[in-house]
Write a protein that binds this ligand. Structure first.
Ligand SMILES: CC(=O)N[C@H]1[C@@H](OP(=O)(O)OP(=O)(O)OC[C@H]2O[C@@H](n3ccc(=O)[nH]c3=O)[C@H](O)[C@@H]2O)O[C@H](CO)[C@@H](O)[C@@H]1O
Ligand SMILES: C=C(OP(=O)(O)O)C(=O)O
Length: 429
């Protein structure tokens, strides 16, 4: 067990290279199982969740080689549809993403409950509905789902997802690319990671129309080849560093980024007065920030809320909340997707933030407030990063326990922060 020890108040300046997007790398690793030959992924982040996914693939019979410079090659030729290990599965939410490829390729998948952030109920029903529509039969024994395609192969179908679930879309697509006939997925999620996955599948020989929209049409193929694919920069990490740069008063350059992925993020940070400049493939967060809440027309209090893509990402709400504590004015943050994601707000209040938690989904923040150091625990990836940001801008010393929750999603965050001038050490508990 490790913790971070932080002395806040240093301006952070320098250049950050964002890692590959965790939420793209995980489904892309799962998708390698659909090929009949090896696939190589570039820009795979070296984070806890990826290491767990690699172990799950190896336990299924895949051979995984990590090359230099964030390259991972998966040879799926030895893979068989064995039951996933329950303990490993429970470590990450994305273990559920092995269901689609196993079912599509072998007509069988045995899936124990996935894990992931404990941020409220994580609903899986949309996944089961999609597999059911493709002809899978499902039995549930001791929380383990056993999925089978009766004739060994799924059949294409017209599917209306009951919500635009990111991973259910990814699972449905991965199951459908080897199904017999045409599949239509309506109300599909279209986040950049869903797009990354779909582009990789097309490079493997899949036929997918509508990438980037909420209507995907897939013509099933008999087999797919391996491929090479690149994981896009993690716009959640980029968003986190934008927030961090804004509240620590240094000059930050972040890149390379994909500007298209950042439009809504930058527009919502702008509500908090955060200024971000584009410079080629980079973005720059300059030191001279005038953080104040931009009121809506007529002086109304603005609201920042998450939404499916191209809305503001749910995973950046905790980050926006910390930035709001440093902006003068009042803003409502509405985080409706998860029931328990705002609980960490109590810790910010302890540090000196002026926040009214109206209910489990809404927090009214009035800033700016002077934060002081505190003893903290990371409850989940993003709240952990948010508390880390608060500690870096607070006066005095903070400690953050449970840092494996931050390591699940952010690659060597302490090293990156030190290179920018932060006073942060990783220490045993
Ligand atoms: C590995 C991975 O990729 N994890 C991400 C993925 O999780 P995941 O795919 O599990 O999240 P989902 O998109 O399924 O849903 C998130 C929550 O929002 C609710 N919901 C979602 C869409 C909708 O139209 N209506 C609705 O109510 C769901 O019931 C659920 O409570 O997407 C989430 C939402 O962007 C992110 O927080 C996670 O980081
Ligand atoms: C909620 C997250 O991840 P997961 O879905 O993997 O738990 C996240 O990345 O913020």
């Amino acid at each position: 067990m490790e913790r971070f020890v932080i002395t806040g108040g240093q301006p952070l300046s320098g250049t950050v290279r964002p890692a590959g997007n965790k939420n793209a790398a995980l489904p892309m690793l799962a998708a390698t199982l659909l090929g009949s030959t090896p696939s190589t992924l570039r820009n795979v982040p070296d984070i806890g969740d990826v290491r767990t996914m690699v172990r799950l693939i190896e336990a299924l019979g895949g051979t995984v080689e990590r090359g230099a410079d964030h390259t991972v090659t998966v040879d799926p030729t030895g893979v068989a549809p064995r039951a996933l290990d329950p303990d490993e599965s429970a470590r990450i939410r994305a273990s559920l993403l092995l269901a689609g490829p196993l079912l599509g390729r072998f007509g069988r998948a045995t899936i124990p409950p996935p894990g992931g952030d404990t941020i409220g109920r994580r609903r899986n029903d949309t996944h089961w509905h999609a597999f059911d529509a493709l002809g899978a039969e499902m039995t549930l024994v001791d929380f383990v789902h056993d999925l089978r395609a009766p004739s060994g192969r799924l059949t294409g179908a017209d599917i209306l997802l009951d919500e635009a679930s990111v991973m259910a879309t990814e699972n449905a697509v991965m199951a459908a690319v080897l199904a017999k006939g045409t599949t239509t997925i309506r109300n599909a999620a279209s986040e950049p990671h869903v797009q990354d996955l779909c582009r990789m599948l097309v490079a493997m020989g899949a036929s997918i129309d509508g990438i980037g929209s909420n209507l995907l049409t897939i013509e099933g193929r008999d087999a797919l080849d391996g491929t090479e694919a690149e994981v896009s920069p993690d716009f959640m990490e980029v968003g986190s560093f934008i927030g961090l740069g804004a509240i620590t008063e240094g000059d930050l350059r972040i890149g390379p980024v994909r500007h298209d992925d950042l439009r809504m993020i930058i527009s919502k940070f702008d509500v908090l007065g955060v200024r971000v400049d584009q410079d080629g493939d980079d973005i720059v967060v300059p030191s001279a920030q005038d953080l104040h809440v931009r009121e809506d027309h007529g002086g109304k209090i603005p609201r920042i809320h998450e939404a499916p893509w191209p809305g503001f990402p749910a995973d950046l709400m905790s980050i926006a909340l910390v930035v709001a504590t440093q902006a003068s004015g009042t803003v409502l943050l509405h985080q409706w997707m998860f029931e328990s994601r705002l609980y960490f707000t109590d810790r910010l209040i302890e540090m000196g933030a002026r926040i009214i938690v109206a209910d489990p989904h809404r927090a009214v923040v009035t800033g700016p407030s002077k934060l002081g150091g505190a003893r903290l625990q990371s409850p989940d990836i993003r709240a952990g990063m948010a508390l880390l940001m608060a500690s870096l801008c607070a006066e005095g010393r903070s400690t953050i326990g449970n840092v494996h929750q931050i390591d699940r999603g952010y690659e060597r965050i302490d090293e990156k922060l030190r290179s920018l001038g932060a006073h942060i050490e990783r220490a045993p508990v």
